[in-house]
Design a protein around this ligand. Structure first.
Ligand SMILES: Cc1cc2nc3c(=O)[nH]c(=O)nc-3n(C[C@H](O)[C@H](O)[C@H](O)COP(=O)(O)OP(=O)(O)OC[C@H]3O[C@@H](n4cnc5c(N)ncnc54)[C@H](O)[C@@H]3O)c2cc1C
Ligand SMILES: NC(=O)c1ccc[n+]([C@@H]2O[C@H](COP(=O)([O-])OP(=O)(O)OC[C@H]3O[C@@H](n4cnc5c(N)ncnc54)[C@H](O)[C@@H]3O)[C@@H](O)[C@H]2O)c1
Length: 476
C-alpha cells in the first residue's frame, strides 16, 4: 500500500486557477503563515490555458485588423494569418506549461501540491496524485474551495464528441464547417475567431437574441458584426438532435470524427464538420462536501458564512456568483483579507454592499457593461430611468473607425439620480468601462458626474451625451 503523509498548512486551497492563486497569496501575504494550492491539472487554471488568455490572444489581432480595414489612410490587402494567430495563442498559453505560474506561487511562499483534492472531513483535504499515491493535508485555519466550473452539454449533443471551450480555444485543426450552439459569451467570441481562422461558421441561437443577459439593444449590433465577419447567425433556432457515425478521440482542438448532422427544431437538418457546444457552465462541487455534512447548495452564491463552517470558504466560479476571472480574483482578495484579519485576531473587515459586476465581451463591436440592465433593476424592484446615446455622438468615438457604430445606456435610480449600471457597445469600449465601474462603485449621481470632464476628442465624451439625454422610464 502507498504510504500516506499528513502535512499541515495554515490555508489549503483546492484548485489553482486565478481565484485559488489569489486566495492563497492574499491569505498569507506579508506574514509567516503557510499555504498550499492543490491542483489537478495546470496551475493557472482554465483561465490561463483554455479560456480568457487563449481567446483574447486570438481576438486582439482581429480587433486591430477590423479597425485597420476601416481606416482611411491604410492600404490593403489586410488579412488574418491563421498560422500566426495560432502561434500567438500558443505563446500566451506558454505551450500549456505551467512552470512560470509554479515559480510565481513558490516565490510567494505557496506550496504547490499536484493532484486531485477532496475534502475528507473538517479542515482535511486528501490529495490523489497522478500516479495514484495519496497525501493528506490539514489546514490549521481554513480550506478554500476554488475548483472552478465545467461546461454543460445538453442531452441531444452528448454522444457526438462535440467540441467544448477547450477545443475551440486550443484549436489546431480548423473544421471547414463549424456549427456553434449557444448565444452567450463563449459562442459569440469563438464564432468570430473561428471565422477568421477559415471556418464557415453557423451560430445556432435558441433564443431571439445573442447575449441575453445584456441590454436588449446589444444583440442587433453584435449579430451585425458577426455577419460582417462572415458568420451565419440563426436566431430562434433550437438544436433538437445530433448524429455522427464516426466519433473519434483525436484530442483537444482536433476534429473529433466524421461529419455531424444536426436537427434544428426537429425538422431542418444541417451538416457540419464539427460542433462547438457553448451552452453555459456549472460549478465543480464534487469535492467531498458530504464529508463535512455539506452540499453544493451550501457553497452556491457565497464565499463564506451561511451553512459553511468558519474553516471552509469558496472563491471563483465554484460559488457561481459571477463566473468571471476578475470577480473570482476580487472574491479571493476579500477572502484573503478576511483570513488574515481572523488569523491576527482582528474583526472581519467590512465590505461595501452592491459592488457592481463588470463584463466585457470581445466581439466586433465590443460590448461592455457594469451593474444591472434596466430590466434587471426593475425586476429587483427599483424605480429606474434610462439615458441613451449613440456611441458615435462623441466625435472621439467616431474617429476610432470610419465605420464606427454603437450605442450606450445609463441606468439611473429615480429620485436619487444615482448611477446603477451602464452599457457601452462600440469600438474600444472595453477600456471605457472602468469609468462606469468607478462611478457605480462610488455611488455617484448624474449631477456629480456632469462635472467629470472627458478629454476632447475621446470616446469618453459619450458620457456628456448620456448625461444630457432625455430620461426614459418605459420598458425597453
Ligand atoms: C472560452 C472562455 C473564455 C473566457 N474568457 C473570459 C474573459 O475574457 N474574462 C473573464 O473574466 N472570464 C472569462 N472566462 C471565465 C473564466 O475562465 C472563469 O471565470 C475563471 O477561469 C474562473 O476562475 P477559477 O479560479 O474560479 O476557476 P478555473 O480557472 O476553472 O480554475 C479551477 C482550477 O481548479 C482545478 N481543480 C478542479 N477541481 C479540482 C480538484 N478536485 N483538485 C484539484 N484541483 C482541482 C482545475 O484543474 C483548475 O485548474 C472565460 C471562460 C471561457 C470558457
Ligand atoms: N469575455 C468574457 O468575460 C468571457 C468570455 C467567455 C466566457 N465568459 C464567461 O464564461 C461563462 C460561460 O460562458 P458561456 O457562453 O458558455 O455561457 P453563457 O451562460 O454566457 O451562455 C450560454 C448560452 O447558451 C444558451 N443555451 C443554454 N442551454 C441551451 C441549449 N440547450 N440549447 C441552445 N442554447 C442553450 C443560453 O441561452 C445562453 O445564451 C459565462 O459566465 C461567461 O460570462 C466570459
Amino acid at each position: 500500500m502507498t504510504p500516506q503523509h499528513t502535512e499541515e498548512y495554515d490555508v489549503v486551497v483546492v484548485g489553482g486557477g486565478p481565484a485559488g492563486e489569489n486566495a492563497a497569496d492574499y491569505a498569507i501575504r506579508g506574514s509567516d503563515r503557510t499555504a498550499a494550492i492543490v491542483e489537478a491539472e495546470l496551475v493557472g487554471g482554465e483561465c490561463s490555458y483554455w479560456a480568457c488568455m487563449p481567446s483574447k490572444a486570438l481576438l486582439r489581432p482581429l480587433d486591430v485588423l477590423d479597425a485597420a480595414r476601416h481606416l482611411q489612410g491604410i492600404r490593403g490587402p489586410l488579412e488574418p494569418d491563421p498560422a500566426g494567430l495560432l502561434a500567438r495563442r500558443d505563446t500566451w498559453v506558454s505551450g500549456y506549461d505551467d512552470r512560470g505560474q509554479v515559480e510565481w506561487a513558490e516565490g510567494a511562499g505557496i506550496s504547490v501540491v499536484r493532484g486531485r483534492g477532496r475534502l475528507a472531513g473538517e479542515r482535511t483535504v486528501e490529495v490523489t496524485a497522478p500516479d495514484g499515491s495519496t497525501r493528506t493535508l490539514r489546514a490549521r485555519q481554513a480550506v478554500v474551495l476554488a475548483t472552478g466550473s465545467a461546461p454543460v452539454v445538453p442531452p441531444p449533443l452528448r454522444d457526438i464528441g462535440a467540441w467544448g471551450s477547450r477545443d475551440v480555444t486550443g484549436v489546431t485543426e480548423v473544421p471547414a464547417r463549424l456549427a456553434v450552439v449557444g448565444g452567450g459569451v463563449v459562442a459569440c467570441e469563438a464564432a468570430r475567431w473561428m471565422a477568421a481562422l477559415g471556418s464557415e461558421v453557423t451560430l445556432l441561437v435558441r433564443g431571439d437574441r445573442v447575449l441575453p443577459r445584456a441590454e436588449s439593444f446589444v444583440s442587433d449590433l453584435v449579430v451585425a458584426g458577426l455577419e460582417a465577419s462572415g458568420v451565419t447567425v440563426r436566431l430562434s433556432t433550437g438544436t433538437s438532435g445530433a448524429s455522427r457515425d464516426d466519433v473519434r478521440d483525436t484530442g483537444v482542438g482536433r476534429i473529433h470524427g466524421g461529419p455531424v448532422t444536426l436537427r434544428l427544431d426537429g425538422s431542418v437538418e444541417l451538416e457540419v464538420d464539427e460542433v462547438l457546444v457553448a451552452t453555459g457552465r456549472r460549478p465543480v462541487t464534487d469535492v467531498g462536501l458530504e464529508s463535512a455534512g455539506l452540499t453544493a447548495d451550501d457553497v452556491a452564491g457565497r464565499t463564506h458564512g451561511g451553512a459553511l463552517p468558519d474553516w471552509l470558504l469558496s472563491v471563483g466560479d465554484v460559488n457561481g456568483v459571477a463566473p468571471l476571472t476578475h470577480w473570482g480574483k476580487h472574491q479571493a482578495r476579500l477572502v484573503g483579507r478576511l483570513l488574515t484579519a481572523r488569523a491576527e485576531g482582528r474583526p472581519d473587515p467590512s465590505v461595501p454592499e452592491d459592488v457592481p459586476v463588470p463584463q466585457v465581451v470581445f466581439t466586433d463591436p465590443q460590448v461592455a457593461w457594469v451593474g444591472p440592465t434596466a430590466a434587471q433593476a426593475r425586476e429587483a424592484g427599483l424605480s429606474v430611468e434610462t439615458r441613451d446615446a449613440a456611441y458615435t455622438s462623441a466625435s472621439g468615438a467616431a474617429l476610432l473607425r470610419d465605420d464606427a457604430t454603437g450605442q450606450a445606456r445609463l441606468v439611473v435610480e429615480q429620485g436619487t439620480g444615482r448611477l446603477l449600471g451602464a452599457t457601452f457597445v462600440g469600438p474600444d469600449v472595453a477600456e471605457l468601462l472602468h469609468s462606469a465601474t468607478v462611478a457605480v462603485t462610488g455611488r455617484l449621481d448624474v449631477e456629480t458626474l456632469g462635472h467629470a470632464v472627458p478629454s476632447y476628442p475621446t470616446a469618453s465624451e459619450v458620457w456628456l451625451r448620456l448625461l444630457e439625454a432625455e430620461p426614459a422610464t418605459d420598458e425597453v
